[in-house]
Design a protein around this ligand. Structure first.
Ligand SMILES: Cc1ncc(COP(=O)(O)O)c(C=O)c1O
Length: 394
């Protein structure tokens, strides 16, 4: 039975039909890019695997641990593949994201935002007691005391989160961080794991030289703080930070023990724009993530309308999606459900029913809009991975 006949027999044309195919397993050769209901989130497996191989090799060669950030993918299957490739674990932005990863067997979790409030602290302690290698972050003494009290006899591992110019969370590096570390080591149910040092403003600095300066300055403060802890007799085995924009900068800094980049697995227009060590386009990693859309209307020869708008792409950037499979066209937002594609000089026909694939403006919040990711080998759908932590922002 060929694919078309199979699909005709299975009646595969809607999400429910795709679900039925999934439940039967054995997707290979039965579903292709052309069959997918749009808008659909796609992963080019060859590009994804190359990105994973490049980053894991990079970290290994520089003797740095790698704990990629799961906020990018929210997908346990991706986390497990990274761990199989050599990562020590997976960062999670929020407690509920970490719980979703833990439920699917992801190990080595590091929750990079503070867990505050009785209810969440109880959940955090439960997670820590079941998954003993989980690390949480704190930036104030009261939160540390609350965690200590809830932890009882069980031990909760904590990183001191330092603020490196983001003006968001984190205690100031240096003496204030030392004071917090002292509090943590004085409490019986807590264990100090190390320092959480994400320099977010450096990550997206445009221009490799400017980015290098910004990241060295920021991470320098974290490294000095680690030295201060150790000079005062407080063991600090972990200094974790870095991003897709700074992995090759921070890994050169003595004292940074672990890298936690996220976007490198997928990439997006935002990261392409920041410039790489070799030129104005950052292309250390391949664009593996796209959203597939369909042309649903062509009101004029000058533009067409696709079925992907604000609900198909995150809109937190000043620029829109970039077309991947057709040149000479550009995208403009046209509402919740639609995008307008201006047809300056299209390299392929753009008629009603045509498929247009876009690199997304910003990968993390775009992934959070989808329940599943279709994994393609060439045009064939090889797997469909649930984005289980999608919407887990608590
Ligand atoms: C705490 C933390 N670490 C690491 C990262 C990874 O950054 P990127 O996706 O830019 O590689 C982020 C991203 O926002 C983050 O918030």
């Amino acid at each position: 039975m060929n694919r078309r006949t199979f699909l005709a027999a299975a009646g595969a044309c809607s999400l429910a039909d795709v679900d039925r195919l999934l439940a039967r397993g054995d997707l290979k050769g039965k579903l292709s890019r052309a069959d997918l209901p749009t808008p659909a989130l796609l992963l080019d497996l060859d590009a994804f695997e190359a990105n994973v191989a490049k980053m894991t090799r990079f970290a290994r060669e520089r003797n740095r641990a790698l704990r990629p950030h799961g906020k990018t993918h929210k997908c346990p299957e991706v986390a497990k593949r990274l761990i199989r490739a050599g990562a020590v674990g997976c960062c999670a932005a929020k407690l509920s994201e970490a719980e979703a990863f833990a439920k699917e067997g992801v190990t080595g979790l590091l929750v990079t935002t503070e867990v505050v409030g009785r209810h969440k602290i109880e959940r955090a302690v439960r997670l820590a007691s079941r998954h003993k290698d989980t690390i949480f972050c704190v930036d104030n003494a009261q939160n540390a005391r609350d965690l200590n009290e809830a932890a009882g006899a069980g031990r909760v591992k904590l990183n001191v989160a330092v603020d490196l110019h983001l003006g968001r969370t984190g205690v100031m590096p240096g003496e204030p961080a030392l004071e917090l570390a002292r509090q943590i080591v004085s409490l019986p149910n807590l264990k100090l794991a190390g320092i959480q040092a994400y320099a977010g403003s450096a990550s997206h600095t445009t221009g490799f030289e400017q980015r290098t300066r910004a990241s060295r300055e920021a991470m320098g403060k974290a490294v000095e703080t680690r030295r201060l802890f150790e000079a005062k007799g407080i063991a600090c085995p972990l200094l974790t930070g870095a991003s897709t924009g700074t992995y090759n900068i921070d890994s050169e800094i003595d004292g940074v023990t672990e890298l936690q980049p996220g976007s490198f697995i997928f990439m997006d227009v935002d990261y392409n724009k920041i410039g790489g060590a070799a030129g104005p386009v950052y292309n250390d990693f391949d664009n593996a993530l796209t959203v597939l859309t369909t042309v649903v209307s062509k009101p004029s020869s000058r533009f067409a309308i696709v079925d992907g708008g604000f609900k198909a792409f995150a809109t937190d950037r000043t620029f829109g999606p970039a077309p991947k499979n057709i040149e000479g066209i550009s995208y403009r937002w046209a509402g919740d459900e639609h995008g307008r594609v201006d047809l300056a000089s299209p390299s392929a026909p753009v008629e009603v029913g045509a498929r247009i694939e876009f690199i997304v403006p910003h990968c993390d919040p775009t992934v959070n809009l989808y329940d599943r990711i279709y994994c393609l080998r060439g045009d064939a759908v090889e797997a469909i991975w649930p984005i289980s932590a999608r919407g887990m922002s608590q």
